[in-house]
Design a protein around this ligand. Structure first.
Ligand code: SAH
Length: 270
């Protein structure tokens, strides 16, 4: 996959994308990340990228022209072809007003050959960029950042670990929080540990078994696979109910899961 990031702060990306799996994905040739300095696509002496808002009001607005010119220099397929999926390319505008970025969106984007990220600044970006240049607007959460750079780094990192071969053990990315794995069989729930099925991940522990009086849960030390499976599944269910009850609606739950949830709901433990 090729990821292009368009920003007025190219130096920002020296660092965040040079570690761990994101770095390895680049070294292995699975991904190439290119950062573009938006100011190189200005034409005035001051390399102006912002201007005052029409209609008045606070702050400045990121201009449309440099963003259009920058994208035109990238040799992308026409927007219409991108929008209907005729090519595996997408232009993403980072925006607090965007569709919420989730693991499902990450999985969708990870299938593409090329993703371009446009980082906004100031009060935002001239709306003609959202209307005529970008294919989608994405938000990384319901809060306002000062720029799209952090958001782009978050999304790139989430994508990189989904590229086949980027994570040593591929099964591990299928068992994580939020992941709904269609391959997992539900009835009976016998396989329900192989994938979080839309739940939060279960708790992890490593050595030592006892640390300052804090013990690793006994079930994990039992060596009994069925007991471990049940323990992990129940902790994932509990944690999801406590921290993110909204996820339970979209989760794939077995009869055993539903019985367990009904049990804790009845006991009033939340
Ligand atoms: N006035 C805008 C916020 C502008 S913040 C509003 O109220 O919606 C400046 C830039 O930061 C935005 O253009 C966007 O690129 C980025 N940004 C801010 N919050 C973001 C979020 N939650 N997700 C993604 N990008 C965000």
């Amino acid at each position: 996959m090729k990821a292009d990031i368009v920003t007025i702060f190219p130096d920002f990306f020296r660092g965040p994308l040079d570690y761990g799996i994101t770095r390895r994905a680049q070294e292995m040739g699975l991904a190439a990340i290119q950062v573009h300095d938006l100011r190189e696509f200005t034409r005035d002496r001051h390399r102006t990228v912002d201007d005052r808002p029409f209609g008045g009001g606070e702050g400045m607005v990121l201009k449309a022209e440099p963003l259009f010119e920058c994208l035109e220099s990238m040799d992308l397929a026409p927007r219409q072809d991108r929008l209907v999926g005729r090519v595996k390319q997408s232009v993403v505008l980072l925006s607090a007003q965007g569709q919420r970025f989730t693991q499902n969106v990450a999985a969708e984007l990870a299938l593409l050959d090329r993703v371009i990220f446009l980082c906004g600044r100031y009060e935002g970006v001239d709306e003609r960029v959202a209307d005529f240049l970008a294919d989608r607007e994405l938000s990384i959460g319901d809060y306002v950042l000062s720029g799209g750079e952090m958001a782009a780094a978050v999304i790139v990192e989430a994508l990189m670990r989904l590229l086949p071969g980027a994570v040593g053990n591929e099964a591990s990315t299928q068992q994580e929080s939020f992941t709904v794995d269609a391959k997992v069989k539900v009835p009976g729930g016998a396989d329900s540990t192989c994938g979080s099925n839309g739940l939060l991940d279960y708790p992890h522990y490593t050595r030592p078994a006892e640390f300052r009086g804090m013990q690793v849960p006994e079930a994990l030390m039992s060596g009994n696979h069925e007991q471990i499976r049940r323990w992990r599944r129940q902790r994932a269910l509990e944690k999801t109910l406590r921290n993110r009850p909204d996820l339970l609606e979209g989760a794939v739950l077995s009869e055993e899961d539903n019985r367990f949830l009904a049990g804790i709901r009845n006991a009033g433990i939340k």
